[in-house]
Design a protein around this ligand. Structure first.
Ligand code: NI
Length: 177
């Protein structure tokens, strides 16, 4: 087991599109396992490979998000390789959305209420499913990461500029101290 360091805004890997995974080899399988452990360790419900500095189209999420009413199950890593949203509908206000790579900031984000996701599982099988509500938000947020998009790119430019300023100040203070 290995916990991976999570990169934070404005790290470059977060703002560039990731490459498709062509072969699911041992390296990719190990990355998936480590991403899952890192996600649970940092109390996230989703994590995309660019967040650990790897620009590959892989995301993990907490499988319990599929059944929000079930609060008895153990943390289980779900993984999607080369996921894409093939259809989306409705609107949903994702309140107080946050990201392990965007420190000390949360905001309401307008999202689709429903998305249809097509992806490959860890064994290379194609799958397609519908996601609603929170699960649909996780899919949109994590797939955005694979395109180099953060949730702060989906809020007003004024709010984004305010966050950027705050973050730059914070980083400057970290370097100085
Ligand atoms: Ni995120």
């Amino acid at each position: 087991m290995a916990l991976l360091p999570i990169v934070t805004y404005p790290e470059k890997s977060l703002s560039i599109p990731s490459e498709k995974v062509e072969i699911i080899d041992d390296e990719v399988k190990q990355l998936i396992q480590d991403m899952g452990e890192t996600m649970f360790h940092d109390s996230g419900i989703g994590l995309a490979a660019p967040q650990v500095g790897v620009n590959k189209r892989i995301l993990v999420y907490d499988a319990r998000a599929e059944n929000p009413d079930d609060d008895g199950s153990k943390p289980t890593i779900a993984v999607l390789i080369n996921p894409e949203i093939v259809q989306a509908s409705g609107s949903y206000l994702s309140e107080n959305e946050g990201c392990l790579s965007v420190v000390d900031f949360r905001a309401d984000v307008k999202r689709y209420e429903q998305v249809t996701v097509r992806a490959t599982d860890r064994d290379g099988n194609l799958l397609e499913f519908d996601a609603h509500g929170l699960m649909a938000v996780i899919m949109q947020h994590e797939i955005d990461h694979l395109d180099g998009v953060l949730f702060i790119d989906r809020i007003s430019s004024l709010k984004r500029a305010m966050y950027r300023k705050k973050r730059m100040k914070q980083l400057k203070e970290t370097v100085a101290s």
